[in-house]
Design a protein around this ligand. Structure first.
Ligand SMILES: Nc1ncnc2c1ncn2[C@@H]1O[C@H](COP(=O)(O)OP(=O)(O)OP(=O)(O)O)[C@@H](O)[C@H]1O
Ligand SMILES: [Mg+2]
Length: 281
């Protein structure tokens, strides 16, 4: 049951307020994010697209608590997560799924999925195994629970990582190009899987991608970033009804949004390219 259906207030709203992040390796200042603001509603499937190096991962890492910001504030459900003066800390309420995957190769699927709740969350092994079996069953992953990561396909591994993230019942799922290296066919399977997980849980999702089709197919809103330093250039409301399946890919709304997205991203990519040429000159 999702939070709103149970009468609880939904969790996972993120407020990014005038955030600036300057990296300062050896005194060489890099302005990665410049005065960026976003209001992400609880339960929103938020997708970020933008040119390479524009600051997307920097923003995600700040929400995850992996590093601080220089100025501005990030709030989660009305609580200050970090500001220029307050360093964030990582937490099980904000789980990251990375593009290169991070399953323990020496653990089975079941052990991987239960590791966090048992070791960090203090759950009993029996309870974690029960919960994991139910979750893997709901996600269509039963049957591989005793396999090791090397014995299952890359698409399966990615689904197990998402299942592992969901075991912690996070407020926010942070996904940094999780399907980047996948072939098109595997992508269709993991897309449908993530859409199902989202429909069932209505977790807030913060998803980064370079794939514009993926952005529109999955997202409720697509935030198009400017070339570095990152700001929001445009926000697209994806008014394609859920649940979605591959048929959405041929709808008029999808095609219109894709065109809008391509135009905005192309403009920024050209700017990034020209800026690169200037730096080289
Ligand atoms: N630890 C760091 N120290 C110094 N500069 C950094 C650091 N991490 C990132 N940067 C710089 O900050 C800018 C933004 O990087 P970031 O990784 O956030 O971009 P991105 O939008 O995620 O790019 P990509 O799409 O290629 O993943 C880049 O110019 C990058 O070189
Ligand atoms: Mg990145």
């Amino acid at each position: 049951m999702n939070a709103s259906a149970s009468g609880m207030s939904p969790r996972g709203s993120i407020s990014i307020r005038e955030v600036t992040k300057i990296y300062d390796p050896d005194g060489a200042k890099v302005l990665a994010v410049d005065n960026c603001s976003m209001e992400i509603e609880a339960g929103e499937f938020c997708v970020l697209v933008g040119p390479s190096g524009c600051g997307k991962t920097t923003l995600l890492n700040a929400i995850a608590g992996f590093h601080g910001i220089t100025t501005g504030e990030i709030w989660l459900d009305g609580e200050l997560l970090c500001s220029g003066a307050r360093t964030p800390s990582p937490g099980a309420d904000r789980i990251v799924v990375f593009q290169n995957g991070a399953l323990f190769p020496w653990f089975t699927v079941l052990e991987n999925v239960t590791f966090g709740p048992v070791v960090q969350g203090g759950m009993s092994k029996a309870e974690a195994h029960d919960r994991a079996r139910t979750m893997l069953g709901q996600m269509g992953l039963m049957g591989i629970e005793n396999n090791y990561p090397s014995e299952i396909s890359s698409g399966m591994r990615r689904r197990v990582e998402i299942a592992r993230a969901m075991m912690n019942d996070p407020r926010v799922l942070l996904l940094d190009e999780p399907f980047r290296a996948m072939d098109a066919l595997t992508k269709t399977v993991v897309h449908q899987f993530l859409l199902d997980v989202y429909d069932k849980s209505r977790k807030t999702v913060f998803f980064i991608t370079h794939d514009l089709e993926e952005a529109i197919f999955l997202g409720s809103k697509v935030y198009i970033m400017t070339t570095r330093p990152a700001r929001i250039k445009k926000v697209l409301d994806v008014d394609i009804p859920r649940p979605r399946d591959f048929r959405a890919l041929s709808s008029a709304t999808y095609l219109r949004l894709k065109q809008e997205c391509i135009e905005a991203v192309h403009e920024e990519a050209l700017k990034a390219f020209k800026a690169g040429e200037r730096e080289m000159a």
